[in-house]
Design a protein around this ligand. Structure first.
Ligand code: MN3
Length: 244
């Protein structure tokens, strides 16, 4: 995860240990702090209206995303080798987790945490949405022919994702491409998502019904069309620049 997001680890409390020779001892008892915590939204719940309504944002952030973090932290209890990893490293190494039940739990909830933290940072009020700029605009033009053709391709990936999942624009080898993943998978999980491309996520769209059902009911296409109004293109363009 890049520094823009807030997947910070809670600082474990340490003893004062000021006496000469005393070591600082992390308090990693059974009551040790959970490793992952949730950042506040970078805007108000109603900041994306009318495109995404305040109630949906409140439940999506406060209930759904929060539950992924809670479940992730619970799964990591007592597993210091995994709990000490960054979330990116945890996802990158999931295919090597031998306990398949644990792997599935980490995949669903670690992916859920990563994807949602990324999603909130990808959005902005419509008056700040902007357009793809700089090298990203050129890469989209090169890959898809036009901005409209890109939106059509991305929208198709989001619409055709059966059930729950995500559509992505990713950077790979200096280019951009569209892919999609089921459930809470993402393009940072080598060895686990055979039908998806791996790469650096630039833009991700949550097409789980919980992301739109209150306002749009079954009309996923209407949600997708409205969502374009609240994409934070400055952020997406910066991600492409950082992807190198
Ligand atoms: Mn969601």
């Amino acid at each position: 995860m890049t520094s823009e997001t807030h997947l910070s680890r809670r600082q474990f409390a340490v003893t004062g240990a000021l006496a000469a020779g005393a070591a600082l001892i992390p308090l990693r008892s059974a009551r040790a702090a959970a490793p992952f915590e949730q950042a506040a939204l970078p805007y108000a719940f109603d900041a994306l209206e009318p495109h995404i309504d305040a109630k949906t944002m409140e439940i999506h952030h406060g209930k759904h995303h929060a539950a992924y973090i809670k479940n992730l932290n619970t799964a990591l209890e007592g597993k210091d080798d995994l709990a000490s990893k960054s979330l990116d490293d945890l996802l990158a190494g999931l295919s090597a987790v031998e306990d398949k039940a644990l792997q599935t739990t980490l995949r669903n909830n670690g992916g859920g945490h990563w994807n949602h933290a990324f999603f909130w940072e990808t959005l902005a009020p419509s008056d700040k949405s902007g357009k793809p700029s700089g090298e990203l605009a050129k890469a989209i033009e090169a890959a898809f022919g036009s901005s409209d053709a890109f939106k059509t391709a991305f929208g198709e990936a989001a619409t055709k994702r059966f059930g729950s999942g995500w559509a992505w624009l990713i950077a790979k080898d200096g280019k951009v491409l569209v892919t999609s993943t089921p459930n809470q998978d993402n393009p940072l999980m080598p060895g686990l998502v055979p039908d998806a491309e791996l790469g650096v996520p630039l833009l991700g769209l949550d097409v789980w019904e919980h992301a739109y059902y209150l306002h749009y009911q079954n009309r996923r296409a209407d949600y997708i069309a409205a969502w374009w109004n609240v994409v934070n293109w400055d952020r997406v363009s910066a991600r492409f620049a950082d992807a190198g």
